[in-house]
Design a protein around this ligand. Structure first.
Ligand code: KIV
Length: 282
């Protein structure tokens, strides 16, 4: 049976140059598939706002929604390291709220770690959550919760000055006590500098191959999310198209009398139908 990784296993993987692979999951079935496929980690990302609830971004996502989805994923993937994603306004307002909400992820959903977005400005929160005995992962680069400030869902760190800012953020996040860092939509050269600079694992989503592991959004790799596909995504399947054609076939089968067939129905106990009809005087 698969053994759940610890932060020390993830750290050792970085030291030994072994890549960690992870994916997002928001529901029981997908999490089961992810665990069975041998994922090292699962992120219950606030991208669930777009992928599950159909919001235009992640800002409307609530703590209660995140906890619910983390619980479902935990039930399905008991032997996988699960990271809960702190939604917008669950950690920005104060350090106290950040610690309390990070604690909710652990107490109510049994996650192994939480992730929050931002650089130097969220380091007090990272330090306090870590001081509270919890594992915190940082997230820099394209941070969807502040996409308004960033001017949309755009690659970050493409100039020397903005790359330098990311490097400073990364160093501060490690110094604040984060156990790992996620870098999103950043040129590979910048991610490599950060990966080589930090002692903690640095994971990439859209930040190239020179990272300690790769994360992808399940709805993107499965080809379910239809609104847009970021440049960094590899769609391994087109399940959305397949699902639609299965639904079409089902609709046609019902309308044209092919479903349900005999093998999909229950039989009455022998001789019970005549008895029933007799009782009904038919
Ligand atoms: O919510 C999420 O899935 C994320 C990824 C975009 C990194 O934070």
């Amino acid at each position: 049976m698969k053994r759940k990784l610890s932060r020390f296993d993830l750290q050792k993987m970085k030291t030994e140059g072994e890549k960690a692979v992870w994916v997002t999951a928001y529901d029981f079935s997908t999490a089961q598939f992810a665990e069975n496929a041998g994922m090292d980690m699962i992120l219950v990302g606030d991208s669930l706002g777009m992928c599950v609830y159909g919001y235009e971004g992640t800002v409307p996502v609530t703590m209660d929604q995140c906890i619910c989805h983390c619980e479902a994923v935990r039930r399905a993937a008991r032997n996988t390291f699960i990271v809960g994603d702190m939604p917008f306004l669950s950690y920005q307002v104060s350090v106290e709220e950040a610690v309390r909400n990070a604690g909710r992820f652990h107490k109510e959903a049994g996650v192994d770690a939480i992730k929050l977005e931002g650089g130097i400005r969220v380091c007090p929160q990272i330090k306090s959550i870590a001081d509270g005995g919890m594992l915190v992962m940082g997230h820099i680069g394209l941070t969807p919760q502040s996409s308004g400030q960033l001017g949309g869902f755009k690659a970050q760190g493409r100039t020397a000055d903005t790359a330098m800012e990311l490097i400073r953020d990364a160093r501060a996040i490690q110094a604040a006590g984060a156990f790992a860092l996620l870098v999103e939509a950043v040129p590979p050269e910048v991610c490599k500098i950060i990966r080589d600079d930090l002692t903690i694992p640095v994971y990439s989503i859209g930040a190239g191959v020179d990272a300690d592991g790769q994360l992808m959004i399940c709805s993107d790799v499965l080809g379910i999310f239809q609104a847009f596909t970021p440049k960094f995504v590899k769609r391994y399947a087109e399940l959305g198209t397949q699902i639609e054609s299965v639904f079409k076939e089902y609709v046609a089968d019902v309308r044209e009398g092919r479903f349900p067939a005999d093998e999909h129905t229950y039989k009455m106990v022998e001789n019970e139908l005549p008895r029933l009809l007799e009782q009904l005087n038919r």
